[in-house]
Design a protein around this ligand. Sequence first.
Ligand SMILES: Cc1cc2nc3c(=O)[nH]c(=O)nc-3n(C[C@H](O)[C@H](O)[C@H](O)COP(=O)(O)O)c2cc1C
Length: 401
Amino acid sequence: MFIHKNKRVLVGVTGGIAAYKSPELVRRLKDRGCDVRVVMSEGAKAFITPLTLQAVSGNKVHEELLDEEAELGMGHIELARWAEQIVIAPATANFIAKLAAGRADDLLSTLVLATSAEIAVAPAMNQQMWQHPSTAENLSLLQDRGVRVIGPGSGDQACGEVGPGRMTDPTEIATLLAGEALARPLVGKRVLITAGPTWEAMDPVRGITNHSSGKMGFALAEAALDCGAEVTLVSGPVHLETPAGATRIDVRSAQNMLEAVLENVNSADYFVAVAAVADYRPINVAEQKIKKTDESDEMTIRLVKNPDILATVGAMPNRPYCIGFAAETENQIAHARAKLTRKNVDIIAANNVAGDEGAFGSDQNAVTLIHHNGEIEIPTNDKYAVAISMWRHILKLANSA
Ligand SMILES: Cc1cc2nc3c(=O)[nH]c(=O)nc-3n(C[C@H](O)[C@H](O)[C@H](O)COP(=O)(O)O)c2cc1C
């Protein structure tokens, strides 16, 4: 249902007229954040040059099986292991027959036997070839073995005939492979997210802050955008690029953050409070830099409680669906469950920020979603993947609420 960023996709191109559409497929997969490598059959090179596919994929095209130089680089087994998804587009009748027979007489067919990746074929051929019982039986055998068959479509063919056998449109293949829903689940929804730390000034040059990098909040914003949402991102001081399409509001203190949230929360369908908001701030903010004195070795800063942004939104009468984060160094599940009730929200994402393995600053995270009827573990992954997984669960829980 969702886009899978950084998916390693190996595109196999075989010798059919539709090979001219393969560069388009490579581009559409790259648009979706996939890392793409191309393998061509000998026949494919009669229809399209490796140079074209190298240019669009950004990687050297793999052509030969028995190639000493290639084996010294990314050899055939390494390539088979690298791929998370193999898609053969176009897949000729000949190549489909080779796969069904389990042959390994060229690089692409060998890779298909040597991989544990998911395999998809997008057949493209003359309508008579498509309707031939051999082709039908071969495809049925491949499907029984778990190979995904995409298309073909029907219509005018390059050979002048009309009928089934046209390769499915490259954008549609990319969409299906990347796992992206044609109807994105957050289209028409507004998402308000807070991210990063806050900065509570003591004087013009010093303040109290924390290690939050903002990466998890930004990943949730990016994932929400990819799911079709309109996103407003209220961010504390961070060094991160704004996800394309998000409306970003930069703030410093918890009070500034609360103001920005209150201005935007009424139109939000989902409120995700990821920011690590300071619980306290200095009561007095000195107008000038505080000087060191000789009178005492000690200095006291008096603090006052900050507003609780999540609890404020949780208490609103027509509040959006609310998701908070609990960054804890101990007893995270128990603390998170207490926070769920205390702040009157729908989900608390508990993450452990203790020690070197903690989530702050890291590109990876693991969270437990605590909701009113249970808990959902989201295992360690890069923050975007965790964000995508979170949205999948959030939507399920929100729709069943
Ligand atoms: C001009 C031309 C176009 C072809 N188009 C197709 C095609 O669209 N689909 C197909 O299955 N075979 C097509 N073929 C036949 C394949 O090129 C042939 O079966 C070849 O052995 C395929 O090799 P490969 O599967 O290793 O790439 C075509 C052949 C020619 C000469």
